[in-house]
Design a protein around this ligand. Structure first.
Ligand code: UTP
Length: 293
């Protein structure tokens, strides 16, 4: 097996029902957090983590994602004519970020099924996986943190965040063993999907960042459907029960942009850091707190 993690899969063929009606015609991954679509944050994180090839699993409605990462010469020429050089730089940068490959998932048969579509493209190499819902804001790119852990343990690695006990029933929760004296080293025993707080094995939620080894594919192939879908989490759970999955508590702030509240929080947080917007964003927030807006 090749040991370097150079490819990442971003499955974007889900229905995005939680953002309807906004996502009737626009992919949820293209909704902007301030001035960039969510999916561009993920691609930039992947590139900062050393990824060279991004494999998008798309469906017929996701062509705006393909358009976003393709070169648009007419648009570039018009920005050049109008001497909008700063904007031209921003636009030109996007298609150069990585090599982009697209595979199709015709029916939304689940996240596990989506990953399986890219099997031939990743071959016998470990690979990164991003769920398009989750932005992790960190000085150290989140996938890069997981790749470092992969290089130590040579198994699949899940990105974990500690969540309040009252929220464990929204996520896949990892039952972990601490490995040795380093509290950051975790072996995942199993993944429990959306447990009731009283039954939760921990408060460590699996977020949409993974490094997976090709060992996952036979597990996906054997995973039974739940509500008509093959869940990647079920295949990871099967691998974990064989002692082949590790966890890593991510450094940084996690925004669950798949939920309306998380999406709003991400927009506020990024606005407060945006060079052109931060003063205005602070002023607006203050006015709102004072009941003026
Ligand atoms: P989600 O569970 O967030 O589902 O999928 P969703 O359909 O995107 O969103 P909601 O819940 O209806 O609002 C996790 C990731 O797996 C992809 C999604 O696009 C998302 O990035 N996915 C899910 C697929 O590519 N195919 C599927 O069949 C299901």
């Amino acid at each position: 097996m090749q040991n370097k993690v150079k490819k990442a899969i971003i499955p974007v063929a889900g229905l995005g029902t939680r953002f309807l009606p906004a996502t009737k015609a626009i992919p949820k991954e293209m909704l902007p957090v301030v001035d960039k679509p969510v999916v561009q944050y993920l691609v930039e994180e992947a590139v900062a983590s050393g990824i060279e090839t991004i494999i998008f699993v798309i469906n017929q409605k996701k062509h705006p994602i393909q358009d976003h990462f393709s070169r648009d010469r007419d648009f570039e020429a018009s920005l050049r004519r109008n001497k909008k050089h700063a904007l031209l730089g921003k636009i030109q940068k996007i298609h150069k970020l990585a090599e982009f490959i697209y595979v199709c998932q015709d029916e939304p048969l689940g996240s596990g099924d989506a990953i399986m579509r890219a099997r031939g493209l990743v071959g016998n190499e470990p690979f990164g996986v991003f769920y398009a819902d989750d932005i992790v804001h960190s000085k150290k790119p989140a996938l890069g943190q997981l790749i470092k852990e992969y290089e130590r343990c040579r198994g699949s690695v899940l990105g974990l965040f500690n969540v309040p006990k009252s929220e464990v029933n929204k996520y896949g929760i990892a039952k972990c063993n601490r490995e040795g004296s380093d509290p950051a080293r975790l072996q995942v025993e199993k993944l429990v999907e959306k447990p009731e707080p009283k039954n939760a094995p921990s408060q460590l939620a699996s977020v949409g960042r993974f490094v997976l080894t090709p060992e996952i594919f036979p597990k996906i192939a054997k995973t039974k459907k739940t509500k008509g879908e093959v869940y990647l989490a079920d295949a990871i759970d099967a691998l974990a029960r064989e002692g082949r999955v590790y966890g890593h508590e991510l450094e940084g702030t996690w925004y669950d942009c798949g939920s309306k509240a998380g999406f709003l929080r991400a927009n506020l947080a990024f606005a407060l850091e945006h060079p052109e917007l931060k003063e205005e964003a602070r002023r607006i927030l203050k006015e709102m707190q004072n009941g003026k807006a």
